[in-house]
Design a protein around this ligand. Structure first.
Ligand SMILES: CC(=O)SCCNC(=O)CCNC(=O)[C@H](O)C(C)(C)COP(=O)(O)OP(=O)(O)OC[C@H]1O[C@@H](n2cnc3c(N)ncnc32)[C@H](O)[C@@H]1OP(=O)(O)O
Ligand SMILES: O=C([O-])CC(=O)C(=O)O
Length: 468
């Protein structure tokens, strides 16, 4: 399956363009195209590509739809198109055909750094191409220049009670950014459909650029961590985000954020946050409204909030069975969670059937930077215990850990211990994937989403006189 996906990708026009692009720019040191300039070249070609695919295959079917899929959260139902990333159940995510280790190897790094810059990942998601160092630096500068948030949004955040969950505050602030949406204004001014992608691109760039200031303000307001510093126009996105959170002097934490934002950005089109953004965007709600909706989905404990839930669960476990507990005590604790009718947070997945490569990437980071951290050791111990128990319990289709099983432990190690804040960081990253998708949806003229729903009696009627 993985191999076939790879070969499909390698035949895609994007792969050819990547090679063309590298050849075209490796010999030039002068002005290289900006992301928007490159997009304006790619979109017309992709419109033709989609037209061709639809003309050749548009009337073909993918096979039957089972009634169970309608009742069962649409698992496996082929329903969406998104080129940015594809998830293989065994192998995990590939961003434009590239695995996480390949992205870590190929994407530009900060001077002295070894983790990929999320700026490069965004370029890859949007264009299918590996950017040059110069293009990534331009993107860092562009985002730093757009980073300020309107005063009224600062006031909204400052007026939130600290008891309001950081994700609710995040969603409020992002939704309020729609006040200055270029897309909403252009639409009111009667922009042609063909031009939708351009103001959408500007909104998406503003959205991503403003998230560090929003996240930093929420963090400092809720957890009382002092005044926000100014954005440093010469630094990369992750450095600025770390500085706004009060960790700018900790280079290992900055590296962690670079990895974190890269790997949490996108997980094909059907996950709750990505799909919600696409759905809401399909009504031509602007990117701020669409991403605000994504955040509300990410804030659920079965999705992004699971990283908060993992830490809460680990701490409760430590309170109950102490630190350095035996495997037997950990097993009993896991069973008590299941017997209490709760899920083991950070384990299982709607699509994956193996250990999430995002978990592995974070484990490798921990092995390099914090091998002796006690909580990291507990996470490793849990890995040795939980899959067998989930298999014995016999319900979960995937007994292996997902991304959320590991992220909180890394953040905690560096002193970001406020677990209610963790999903905000996930949200900052997820904006990269949702934004890339919104730009392409408007570029390709994606229609309003409106699938068909059925009543249970209609299902019964449909099969009334038919054999099973
Ligand atoms: C970034 C992300 O969103 S990654 C996912 C983060 N979420 C979590 O870690 C929460 C814990 N995990 C889960 O709840 C699930 O595995 C999900 C939501 C991720 C996937 O859900 P599904 O696709 O429905 O999983 P699956 O088909 O395996 O579920 C079958 C049964 O096993 C249960 N199950 C699945 N995973 C777990 C788990 N980790 N612990 C206990 N039970 C589980 C389901 O609740 C379901 O029970 P039910 O039949 O009583 O309703
Ligand atoms: O793919 C999913 O359904 C959930 C997930 O891991 C993500 O969105 O990152």
């Amino acid at each position: 399956m993985a191999a076939s996906l790879r070969s499909v990708f390698s035949r895609s026009p994007f792969a050819a363009r990547t090679a063309f692009h590298s050849a075209r720019f490796s010999s030039t040191v002068s002005k290289q195209p900006t992301l928007k300039e490159r997009l304006s070249e790619l979109i017309p070609a992709e419109i033709e590509n989609v037209k061709r695919i639809r003309a050749e295959h548009g009337k073909k079917t993918f096979g039957p739809v089972a009634v169970d899929q309608l009742y069962g959260g649409m698992r496996g139902l082929p329903a969406l198109i998104w080129d940015g990333s594809v998830l293989d159940a065994e192998e995990g995510i590939r961003f434009r055909g590239k695995s996480i280790p390949e992205c870590q190897h190929l994407l530009p790094k900060a001077p002295g750094g070894s983790e990929p810059l999320p700026e490069g990942l965004f370029w890859l998601l949007v264009t299918g191409e590996i950017p040059t160092q110069q293009q990534v630096e331009e993107l860092s500068k562009d985002w730093a220049a757009r980073a300020a948030i309107p005063e009224f949004v600062e006031e909204i955040l400052d007026r939130c009670p600290p008891t309001l969950h950081p994700m609710s505050q995040f969603s409020l602030a992002v939704t309020a950014l729609n006040h200055d949406s270029a897309f909403a204004k252009a639409y009111q001014d009667g922009i042609s459909k063909k031009e939708y992608w351009s103001p959408t691109f500007e909104d998406c760039m503003d959205l991503i650029a403003k998230l560090p200031n929003i996240a930093g303000r929420i963090y400092r307001n809720v957890f009382g961590q002092g005044k926000l510093p100014a954005i440093d126009q010469a630094k990369d996105y992750s450095h600025n985000l770390a500085a706004l959170l009060g960790f700018g002097d900790n280079e290992a934490f900055v590296e962690l954020l670079r990895l974190y934002i890269t790997i949490h950005s996108d997980h094909e089109g059907g996950n709750v946050s990505a799909h919600t953004g696409k759905l809401v965007g399909s009504a031509l709600s602007d990117p701020f409204l669409a991403f605000g909706a994504s955040l509300n989905g990410l804030a659920g404990p079965l999705h992004g909030l699971a990283n908060q839930e993992v830490l809460i669960w680990l701490r409760k476990m430590q309170d109950k069975i102490g630190e350095n507990a035996s495997d037997e005590a950990v097993k009993d604790y896991v069973w008590s969670t299941l017997k209490g009718g709760q899920v083991v947070p950070g384990y299982g997945h709607a699509v994956l059937r193996k250990t999430d490569p995002r978990y592995t990437a974070q484990r490798e980071f921990a092995m390099k930077h914090l091998p002796d951290d006690p909580l990291f050791k507990l996470v490793g111990q849990i890995y040795n215990v939980v899959p067998d128990i989930l298999l014995q319990a016999g319900k979960a289709k995937n007994p292996w850990p997902n991304v959320d099983a590991h992220s909180g432990v890394l953040l905690t190690h560096y002193g970001l211990t406020q677990m209610q804040f963790y999903t905000v960081l996930f949200g900052v990253s997820r904006a990269f994937g949702v934004a890339a998708q919104l730009i392409w949806d408007r570029g390709l003229g994606a229609p309003l989403e409106r699938p068909k729903s059925y009543s249970s009696s209609a299902i019964e009627m449909m099969f009334k006189d038919k054999q099973a």
